[in-house]
Design a protein around this ligand. Structure first.
Ligand code: FCB
Length: 469
């Protein structure tokens, strides 16, 4: 065993998202989002599950804040449901929705917990999708208006404003492979969505700067650790191509102020990127106080030989359409285990690698892990407890990987476990449980898993015993 000691200033938190936990889909004036439509479309989610009730957090928020306080967490990352606060995605705001988040934020502050609010965790108002969704530039402008409404209402009571959660998923899973809402399979629309999400980030980021100057600004990206099957030039070119689509399509405009030239060249057969207007890239590059990094597993690629069976696997459900636009010559290889219940490989050193890469490329950019965690098939034991040793092991190894990166100079300031509660895991519905707190969906009773007790001790002491591999 080695022991890592995190400083007192290191932020321990947990994360959730509105559609995954709130339920109350039709209450107090909430409008429909693309996830309501998608989950209610037969065949889209496992077992036809929807977020209609979810973990009923909309009604149980005060108890849930009690759990956060009992866990001794410094921060809580939640998302604001756009259709709850602005039902049609433009114009009129819904005061009841704003009041809900206002109570939540005040409740966190009363308990000494930092509110970290994500403006967009995938629940686009359906009306905006009907008008073109993220493929339309107008959606980014609507997002700016929505941001002004919520930042105006909650302002710097929110410690950290996060514009977007994982725009990679919104764009490529939503518009290319279609395994997420809105379920479209249009590669050119996916690349337009990449840009309009980036633009939305820049516009909303500037709103935060203007209306809540003392709040911190961030964005959360699910950056991919892409490795090649060999050092050969074709395999390394496959790595470069996927890195451009997955990582640099966002890091480029957000942190460097421009799209990488190789991304534009690689995708020229799909789009000419004429949706990028003069001045957009500079606008997107609003300085960030902290970059949010979500990490779960790694990616292994090679150049496809054109003969053997080729895989597009990205860990987000089967589709006949690929999320990897213009990457037909790339083969995604199965990874060595062990795996979580999502089928995602467990690879903690890749997290260290990722953080060190970011530190090298963006040396002055502080970072935070805004999601990391694991789904396993939890069992409630005869004693009523959930002995989720594999989840504890996953968390221990990944938090150890963060410590390793910090020891080598990575400026990582916090860690948010995904997730506080079991919840609606998108296309996999309620079948996959990521919570450190179990939710019994029949009774809505919350039960701390062993991982919750473990995380409580870690947050209290900052001391991590990390198992040697
Ligand atoms: C991330 C999402 C989050 C959750 C985890 C497991 O991609 O941001 O909502 O579903 O995966």
């Amino acid at each position: 065993m080695t022991q890592h000691h995190f400083p007192e200033s290191f932020v321990w938190g947990s994360a959730t998202a509105a559609y995954q936990i709130e339920g109350a889909a039709h209450e107090d004036g909430r409008g429909p989002s693309i996830w309501d439509t998608y989950s209610h479309t037969p065949g889209r989610t496992l077992n036809g599950d929807t977020g209609d009730v979810a973990a009923d957090h909309y009604h149980r928020w005060a108890d849930d804040l009690g759990h956060i306080a009992d866990l001794g967490l410094d921060a809580y990352r939640f998302s604001i449901s756009w259709p709850r606060v602005q039902p049609g995605g433009s114009g009129r705001f819904n005061q009841a929705g704003i009041d809900f988040y206002s109570r939540l934020v005040d409740g966190l502050l009363e308990r000494g917990v930092r509110p970290v609010a994500t403006m967009y965790h995938w629940d686009l108002p359906q009306e905006l999708e009907d008008a073109g969704g993220w493929a339309a530039r107008e959606t980014a402008l609507r997002f700016q208006e929505y941001a002004a409404g919520i930042v105006g209402a909650l302002g710097d009571r929110v410690h950290t404003w996060t514009t977007l959660n994982e725009p990679w998923c919104s764009a490529y899973l939503g518009y290319a492979s279609g395994v997420h809402a809105p379920g479209r399979t249009e590669p050119a629309a996916a690349l337009a969505a990449v840009h309009h999400l980036n633009l939305a980030h820049g516009l909303a980021g500037r709103v935060v700067r203007e209306l809540a100057p003392s709040a911190e600004l961030s964005v959360t990206l699910n950056l991919h650790v892409v490795r090649g099957a060999s050092d050969s030039a074709p395999d390394q070119d496959a790595v470069r191509r996927i890195d451009a689509l997955a990582n640099r399509a966002f890091l480029g405009p957000m942190l460097d102020g421009e799209y990488p030239a190789d991304l534009l060249a690689d995708t020229a057969s799909v789009t000419d990127w004429s949706f990028v207007r003069e001045g957009d890239e500079k606008l997107i590059a609003v300085p960030l106080d902290v970059l949010g990094v979500n990490y779960y597993s790694s990616t292994l690629v090679r150049a496809w030989d054109g003969v053997s069976a080729r895989s597009d696997a990205d860990g987000h459900g089967a589709s006949t359409s690929t999320p990897w636009v213009a990457a037909e010559n790339v083969d995604f290889l199965p990874q060595p285990g062990p795996y979580t219940a999502m089928g995602w490989n467990i690879d903690p050193p890749a997290l260290t690698e990722l953080l060190l890469r970011l530190q090298r490329e963006y040396p002055s950019q502080p970072m935070m892990i805004t999601e990391n965690g694991a789904a396993f098939d939890d069992v409630v034991s005869a004693d009523g407890r959930i002995h989720d040793d594999r989840r504890i092991d996953y968390l221990r190894r990944h938090i150890g990987a963060v410590a390793d990166a910090r020891a080598q100079g990575a400026d990582v300031r916090g860690y948010f476990v995904w997730s506080l509660l079991d919840n609606f895991e998108w296309g996999y519905g309620y079948d996959r449980r990521f919570g450190i707190i179990r939710v019994d969906y029949d009774t809505q009773v919350r039960t701390w898993k062993d991982s919750a007790h473990w995380y409580q001790r870690l947050a209290a002491t900052g001391k991590l015993d990390s198992a040697q591999d």
